[in-house]
Design a protein around this ligand. Structure first.
Ligand code: BES
Ligand code: ZN
Length: 642
């Protein structure tokens, strides 16, 4: 039995948390009450250990889950059974420990159909952000358990929407968001990306609604309130996904289509019409798409992310439907995860960069394949700017690619670093060894590790065996370690630039110098990316005259492009530009995407508008996702852990 397992059992049996130290030589202990655990960790995290799961994956591996779930909108509860099939990895006959959060466990039984037996189990109190371990005394001869359970209305992985929060305003809506550690709030399981499961599900909903999952959706299935799914490809738990709403389907291509409320179905299908082309071009470069169909689900605007790469069915915010395809890099990104992330999966949340960095690199490549060089350079330059601005704010340890997240909620240690620094690292390798060789490397990597999880160290070992052997002249192992284990951007790293942006820089400078009025700037051929660059490059402070000049010429407060509106609203907050406050309030109360909300609330706080921030936040809160409430509360009420 490993030290972690002993630890877990100590926690469970005594209600006392002992210090967790994963280096066996350096085990410090401190005793804290279970309600405020304060684990003391070894200096370095251990590769391959998931510090965010209680599951004893060295004893058991859950391989398949069958669910029968009823979605009850009036109680905001999902209730039903989950049958977990598992392999035993040893004959020690330890208890099976699963992850849960805010679940009510009604019973646990063995699965023999004719004579199910009750199995004894205990559900601990909530330990911390990891939730509460569920300990099941599985009988020696069994290989499956049937768990009868219910979720809580406050489940961190679910958002229950009132009809008024939907496009149609007539029906409620439910969606899940499992990444990083929220699957455990709607199914008891081994909630770690190191374990893969296949699944099947029967989902019971109100008759007039449709359920869809990260599985074999059937758009032709009769709308009757009972929907069946199977997912034959093994996935990590964070990719388990369900949504229920008044959904319709529109095909876009042979393998691609959109699910959305009918009010936005056509607009979404038009905006994302290039999805099929993206899919084909990605296959050409990086190998076959292994998931059968690739559909999009357009969520209501409270969805807390831009997108989520749920297999076969990416979940997408409606805020990227700009009318001109300017924000579709998001689709390329979620699609790319079908290779980097869903096929080859980060082993723990420390290794997130293996998902997001590779995906960001692939996104840029897909954008170049489909939209050409100018767009490619602009997307890369915008990503680089995002990275630079994060690096100004972050503490050194959070600037590594392999971020130590022990003792922290993974949602809270989230930044552009795994995305943009990860992508820049891969771009440097591409530059050094050439595109052809690097594409071949990626293709081989996806094939070799398909349907497996990989650690940062596993990736380094793979590099040792491959590129570091074949490209001795071009690559250097120390530099690679610097990228992964040191803060900041290594000296001499590539600096993506775009000529289209250089032109904007001189126009902006001339305007700032007073050499030109905003009205005099010819913006007729500017793309979204150029607008974004123009605004994000503004100095912190502008004069009232300058703000009015911009607004009068460009009507930025009423921009229908949410990214442009967002950049403008940040400028408006910094410069106390009241004419934009109405739009700001609309924006904050109608959109739940955290990438927009957090900076806006933070800007309000930083510019002495805490009252306005809390007033708008309290007004918007009933419509926000639990995650959005939690993260933004920390910004608005820094002193109270609300
Ligand atoms: N998988 C992520 C979202 C995520 C990451 C959720 C970590 C929870 C924990 C998704 O693919 C993503 O990166 N979305 C971005 C898209 C953007 C970078 C194009 C988003 O939502 O903004
Ligand atoms: Zn991603």
């Amino acid at each position: 039995m490993s030290y972690r397992q002993i630890l877990t059992i100590l926690i469970l049996s005594s209600g006392i948390v002992f210090a967790a130290s994963c280096s066996k030589s350096d085990q410090k202990q401190s005793i804290e009450s279970a309600s405020s655990p304060d684990e003391v960790y070894a200096a370095e995290p251990e590769s391959g250990v998931d510090y965010h799961s209680f599951a004893n994956t060295a004893d058991y591996r859950v391989t398949h889950v069958d669910m029968d779930l009823t979605v009850d909108f009036s109680r905001k509860v999902i209730a039903g059974t989950a049958v977990l099939q598992f392999d035993r990895l040893n004959d020690e006959n330890n208890a099976l420990i699963l992850d849960t959060r805010d679940l009510t466990i009604e019973s646990v039984r063995t699965s023999n159909a004719d004579q199910p037996q009750d199995v004894s189990f205990s559900l601990s109190d909530t330990v911390d952000f990891r939730g509460a371990p569920l300990t099941i005394e599985v009988p020696a001869n069994s290989s499956a358990v049937v768990i009868n359970y219910q979720t809580s209305p406050a489940a961190s992985g679910l958002q229950w929407l009132e009809p008024r929060q939907t496009a149609g305003k007539r029906h409620p809506f439910l969606f899940t968001q499992a990444q990083a550690i929220h699957a455990r709030s709607f199914v008891p399981l081994q909630d770690t990306p190191g374990v893969r499961i296949t699944y099947s599900a029967t989902v019971r909903t109100p008759r007039e609604l449709r359920a869809v999952m990260s599985a074999n959706n059937d758009p032709a299935a009769e709308k009757n309130g009972v929907y069946s799914f199977t997912m034959p490809q093994a996935i990590p738990s964070y990719l388990l996904a369900l949504a229920v709403g008044d959904l319709e389907f529109k095909p876009m291509g042979a393998r691609t289509g959109v699910y959305a409320e009918k009010e936005i179905l056509d607009a979404a299908a038009a905006e994302f019409a290039d999805t099929e082309a993206m899919l084909e071009t990605t296959e050409e470069a990086y190998g076959p798409y292994r998931w059968d169909r690739y559909d999009l689900l357009i969520l209501p605007p409270s969805f807390p992310f831009g997108g989520m790469e749920n297999p076969r069915l990416s979940f997408i915010t409606p805020t990227v439907i700009a009318g001109d395809k300017s924000l579709v890099a998001l689709i390329a990104h979620e699609l790319a995860h079908s290779w980097s992330g869903n096929l080859v999966t980060n082993s723990s949340w420390r290794d997130l960069w293996l998902n997001e960095g590779f995906t960001t690199y692939l996104t840029n490549r897909i954008m170049q394949f489909v939209y050409g060089d100018d767009r490619y350079h602009m997307e890369m330059a915008l990503g680089y700017a995002d990275l630079q601005s994060d690096l100004e704010e972050l503490d050194d340890p959070d600037e590594l690619l392999a971020i130590d997240k022990r003792g922290r909620d993974p949602d809270e240690a989230f930044s552009n670093v795994p995305y943009e620094k990860g992508s820049l690292f891969l771009f440097e390798i591409e530059q050094k060894i050439g595109r052809e060789a690097f594409d071949q490397f990626l293709l081989d990597y996806f094939n070799k590790y398909a349907f497996q999880s990989i650690t940062t160290e596993g990736f380094l070992a793979h590099l040792d065996q491959t590129l570091l052997k074949t490209h001795v002249e071009d690559l250097d192992a120390d530099r690679i370690r610097e990228w992964i284990f040191e803060p900041g951007i290594p000296e001499g790293a590539p600096h993506p630039q775009s000529d289209a942006f250089t032109r904007i820089d001189s126009i902006r400078q001339a305007w700032l110098d007073g050499a030109a009025s905003a009205e005099g700037i010819d913006t007729s051929k500017w793309t979204y990316h150029q607008w974004k660059h123009f605004l994000d490059g503004m100095p912190d402070k502008l004069s009232r005259e300058q703000m009015e000049d911009l607004e009068q010429a460009f009507k930025l407060t009423t921009s229908t492009n949410n990214e442009i509106a967002f950049s403008w609203l940040r400028i408006a907050i910094r410069n106390d530009y009241e004419p934009a406050y109405g739009r700001l309030e609309d924006f904050l109360t109608s959109i739940g995407r955290n990438k927009f909300l957090r900076p806006l609330y933070q800007d309000l706080m930083d510019s002495g508008k805490a009252d306005m921030a809390s007033r708008i936040f309290e007004k918007a809160k009933p419509g926000y996702h639990p995650l959005t409430v939690k993260r933004n509360s920390l910004i608005i009420y820094p002193d109270s852990a609300e």
